[in-house]
Write a protein that binds this ligand. Structure first.
Ligand code: NAD
Length: 450
């Protein structure tokens, strides 16, 4: 009859709409049915996401190459493989993480039972940046779905090929009633943020982080802010400088330096700078050859604006290796800058590109003071042979994470929380921490009536 066909037409229009209010209402309807709560629904979504990542890996790798020139091995490892690891770890442990946890009851209340359960929040909004445009959408999404929520995701407009692939594939594999993708830039994100969500998970820079938090405050919606900043690396005399340089180079020049936890600058303690610079130049050559522009696994800068911003920083010190660039192909060579003053332009803001400045400090006290005078970093790294130094850095500094002997990789340890502190963000995720983030931890007390 005409009434029901009009209703059907309206349902179809709603299902295809990317209007923020329509999208949010559709996902809330799903959540309100209670359908997302059973373990089976959650595992079903994760298994569909697994199928997407494995069946569509070529499409996704092409998109990542188009957006950031990512080579297939690096893109697989840091985007697809990374997300699959997180997903598999979650599937393996989800039932255990969702089990109610008994709590002790004080004598005065006995007999009674107390326990803690994890309730899904509802509809969550995930806003992602361009630098790992797949992983930074899908890893939070694993947590959101595993915790029993529906989700709206907003990929970055600066990685348009990946954004388009996600918009096409996510609803197809996961269902339009579980996940919606809204593409776009500031206007679309602003419109989305006017809706009421039950959690907003934002990854990106601190300026926009403040905008997101302000918008969320109007609905009293909790936020996770995964931000960035300058992550320092302390290198002490006595560390094996060849091994140190190799590991720093691998972490720094991954994705052409466009990694939130990339080593931003080196604090060379005492007389380490000269030998460290030599070893860094050797390590760059070993990793990318004589002509990094031709290395298949060396990425490109996301756009010309960022390339121009980076090349303007090359005058901040003496070029030890690199410095070459080509605007047309958005190429900037892996670059090490020596003799860099703390006042130099390259030391003022997060570099977020393949430039590695070396700053010399006389001793560990000076290194610790240098770190503590600045914003709390997302990650702090140290290369040292001294357990005393490790202890001092652990106790005397504050950062999202602290890693000795290996930069960047802590985020691939699913049992470690990932997040910042102060200017580098608030909240944390990965593994069980994602379930905590995307759930309400509810207290239950049950005392018999007689
Ligand atoms: P970006 O420009 O892609 O912005 C991130 C998101 O914010 C995008 O989806 C964009 O559309 C949205 N956005 C931009 N302006 C907005 C506005 N005015 N209102 C609402 N939404 C808006 O990415 P970016 O911020 O340049 O990302 C780089 C930064 O992100 C770096 O500081 C980096 O360290 C940080 N980062 C952090 C992590 C982490 O996990 N902690 C990971 C990656 C990147």
């Amino acid at each position: 009859n005409p009434g029901s066909s009009a209703a059907l037409a309206r349902t179809l229009v709603d299902a295809l709409s990317t209007d923020p209010a329509t999208v949010a209402a559709r996902l809330r309807t799903t959540f309100d049915t209670g359908r997302t709560k059973p373990l089976a629904w959650r595992l079903g979504r994760l298994s569909a996401l697994r199928a997407l990542l494995t069946e569509q890996s070529d499409v996704l790798l092409d998109a990542l190459h188009a957006d950031l020139g990512k080579g297939p091995a690096e893109a697989y490892r840091t985007e697809i493989g990374f997300t699959l690891n997180e997903l598999d770890h979650t599937v393996e442990h989800l039932e255990e993480w969702l089990r109610p946890k008994p709590a002790a009851v004080p004598d005065a209340f006995r007999p009674a039972d107390a326990r803690v359960v994890r309730d899904p929040l509802g509809v969550v909004l995930i806003i992602a940046p361009w630098n790992y445009p797949l992983q930074l959408v899908l890893t939070p999404l694993v947590g959101a779905l595993a915790a029993g929520n529906t989700a709206v995701v907003k990929p970055s407009e600066l990685a348009p090929a990946t954004s388009a692939a996600l918009a096409r594939l996510l609803p197809r594999y996961l269902g339009r009633d579980a996940v919606a993708v809204v593409e776009g830039a500031v206007a679309e994100t602003t419109a989305l943020l006017e809706q009421r969500f039950d959690h907003v998970f934002y990854t990106g820079n601190g300026t926009v982080g403040r905008i997101v938090m302000t918008a969320a405050a109007r609905h009293l919606t909790p936020v996770t802010l995964e931000l960035g900043g300058k992550s320092p690396v302390v290198v002490e005399p006595g560390a094996d400088l060849a091994a140190t340089a190799q590991r720093i180079v691998r972490g720094k020049f991954l994705n052409a330096g466009q990694t939130c936890v990339a080593p931003d600058y080196l604090l060379a303690v005492g007389d380490t700078a000269a030998e460290l610079e030599t070893q860094l130049a050797l390590a760059v050559r070993a990793a990318y050859g004589d002509d990094p522009a031709a290395a298949p696994e060396y990425g490109r800068i996301v756009n010309e604006r960022h390339l121009d911003r980076l090349t303007a920083l090359l005058g901040s010190g003496r070029v030890v290796t690199g410095g070459d660039h080509d605007r047309a192909s958005r190429y900037l060579a892996p670059t090490v800058l020596a003799d860099v003053s703390p006042d130099a332009p390259v030391m003022q803001e997060e570099i977020f590109g393949p430039i590695l400045p070396v700053v010399t400090v006389p001793d560990l006290d000076a290194a610790i003071a240098f770190i503590n005078e600045r914003d709390k970093p997302l990650a702090l790294y140290a290369f040292t042979g001294s357990e005393r130094t490790k202890q001092r850095l652990t106790e005397e500094t504050s950062s999202g994470a602290l890693a000795f002997g290996l930069p960047v990789s802590h985020l691939a340890v699913p049992e470690l929380p990932f997040g910042g502190v102060g200017e580098s963000g608030m909240g944390r995720y990965h593994g069980e921490y994602s379930i905590e983030t995307f759930s309400h931890t509810k207290a239950i007390l049950d005392k018999p009536l007689n």
